[in-house]
Design a protein around this ligand. Sequence first.
Ligand code: SF4
Length: 155
Amino acid sequence: MPTPERSPVLVSACLLGRACRYDGRHNKDGELERALAARGLDAVPFCPEEEGGLGTPRPAAWIETGSAAAVCDGEARMVTESGADVTAGFLAGARKALETCRANGIERAFLKERSPSCGVRNTHVAGKLVEGPGVTAELLGRAGIEIEGVEGRRD
Ligand code: SF4
């Protein structure tokens, strides 16, 4: 009997246990990993902020004003808590996420909620949690990638 084909999906690396959060921690979600495996989905770990050259650990950052859409359109900035402009790194990471999807035939992404990059339903603007996506989720969504927000947990 032929082996069923497995589909690759992009997954926020911190959800798979990589200590790539801004504070050097992770959000490993064993339940997510088991659910993906049971559905025949191969997780491709990706951290847009590391891939964008922001380093780990790194200062907390957020959308300065407006939305991730405005950042993607060049109309708003990403800033750290001390006001440094980190827009270029966030955009570079988001673009690399999309390149990774295209290079691997990935059409779905499971992304960590509340992140300024990966948040799907919620992200941070001016240091506050608000409705709306982060920069990577915005860019992937624009490109037609199906995105799903994951809360993440420790286990
Ligand atoms: S939420 Fe996204 S950007 Fe933040 S650590 Fe996880 S993978 Fe990296």
